[in-house]
Design a protein around this ligand. Sequence first.
Ligand SMILES: *Cc1c(COP(=O)(O)O)cnc(C)c1O
Length: 455
Amino acid sequence: MSDQYQALLSDSKKRALAYLSHISARRVFPDEAACKGLANFDEALPEKGRDAHETLDLMDRAGSPATVASMGGRYFGFVVGGSLPVTVASNWLSSAWDQVASSNVSSPAVDHMEKVAARWVLDILDLPEDCGVGFVTGATMASFTALAAGRHHLLKNQGWDVEQDGLFGAPKIKVVVSDEVHVTILKAISMLGLGRNNVIRVPTDENGAIDISQLPELGPDTLVCVQAGNVNSGAFDPIGEICDIARASGAWVHVDGAIGLWARVSGEFSALTRGMEKADSWATDSHKWLNTPYDSGVVICRNKVPMYRSMSTTAAYLKDEEEAAKDIVPEFSRRGRGIDIWAALRTLGRNGVRQIIERNCSQARFFASELKGMGFDIHNEVVLNQIVVSFGSEDQTERLIGFMQEEGTCWFGPTIWRGKKAFRISLSSWKTNDEDIRLSIMAFKKARAVITEET
Ligand SMILES: *Cc1c(COP(=O)(O)O)cnc(C)c1O
C-alpha cells in the first residue's frame, strides 16, 4: 500500500517540479496546439480501471501544456497571484492527511491550526481580535457568508427570524452598493434572495470609489456593500466615513476586500485603509495576494453570533456559545483551507507579507509610468496593484490586447472602464520580479509598433 503512495507521489513530485522549473520560460497562455491536445482526455469512461501512473502521465502530457502559467511571474490577468512554495507543500501534506475541517471532533489538528490561522489573519489585517473568522473558497463565498449574517441581523432587529421563516413576507432589506460593485457581490445578493433589482447603486468618482455625497439615507434596514480595492482601478471607497454614518443609523457595512484588505499590512496605504476596522463584516481572498493555492478566501464578522445563527447546522439560534467551524460557513465537510494560510503567514511573517504587497504596488506604479511614457493612456490613479490602460482608439486597444495575448510573453485581459474598452494589469504574484516587468514592457513596445504600423 505505502509502496503505491511512494511511487505515485514521487511521480507527481517529479512532474510538478519539471512543470514549475519551466514556467518562466514558456508562453503564458497556452497556444492552439496545446489546447487541441486536450482532446486526449475525451475518452469513454473506462469499464476497467486504468493504470494510475498512466493516468498521471496523461494529465501531465495533455493537461500541463494547456494550463495558464499563473505560477510564473508574468500573468497579469484578473487578480490571480501564484502559490508560495511552502503553500504548495503544505497543500500536498494536508491532502495526504485528508482531514474534514468541520470541527475538533473531525480533526483536532486542522481545527487547532485554523484557529491559529484565524487569530493571525485578524492580527495582520489589524481587525478586532474577537471577530468571527471562517475559511471559504474565495471572496464570493466570503461575501455570501458575511451578507447572510448581515441579513440575519437586520431582519432580527425588525422582529423577523429569516432562518426559520424564510424571506416570503419578510420586511424589506435595502441594499446599497457601489456603481462599481464587483459582480460576485451581486451574485451573493441574488443567492441570498435579496434580489439584484433591489440594489441601490451609488455613483463613483473618476477612480471608481463611491462618491459619498451621493450616498442614500441609511437605516436599520440597510445593508451597505463597500469595496477595498476596485477590481479594475484598485480604488478604495471612503469606508471609514461610510461606517460612521452607518453606525449612527443601525445599518450593516460589509467590505469586499478581496484585494485591498491586505493593504492594511503596510503603513504606506494607511490613508486608504483607515477606518475600515469599523465595518461589520469583511471578505478577502488568500488565493490572490497572500499567494496560497486555490481555492481560499476568508470571511470575517465583527460579531460572531449572527454568523452562527445564519450558518449553523443545529438550532443555534437558541444559544450563544461558540460553534464549530461547520457552523460559521456554508460548507459542512470541507478541506482545511486555513492550513495554507497558516503556512504562508508563518513562513513570510508580517514583514514578508508587507514586502509582497509593497513590491507589487511599486511594480504597478513603475509599469504604469513606463506605459505612459510609451504613449499608452493610464486611466486610474495607481493607488494599489491595479492599472487600467488603453492604447489609442477602442479598436487599437482591442487589437493590442489580441496581439499581446498571442505573443505570449505576458497575459492580461480586457475590461470596460467608464464605458470604454480598456485592459487591466494586476500585479499580485510573489513571483513577479524586475526582469518579468522588463520583458513585458519590451513586448508592449513590439505591440505598439505593430498596431501603430497597421493603423
Ligand atoms: C476576485 C474578487 C472577488 C471574487 O473573489 P473570488 O475569490 O473569485 O470568489 C470579489 N471582489 C473583488 C474586488 C475581487 O477582486
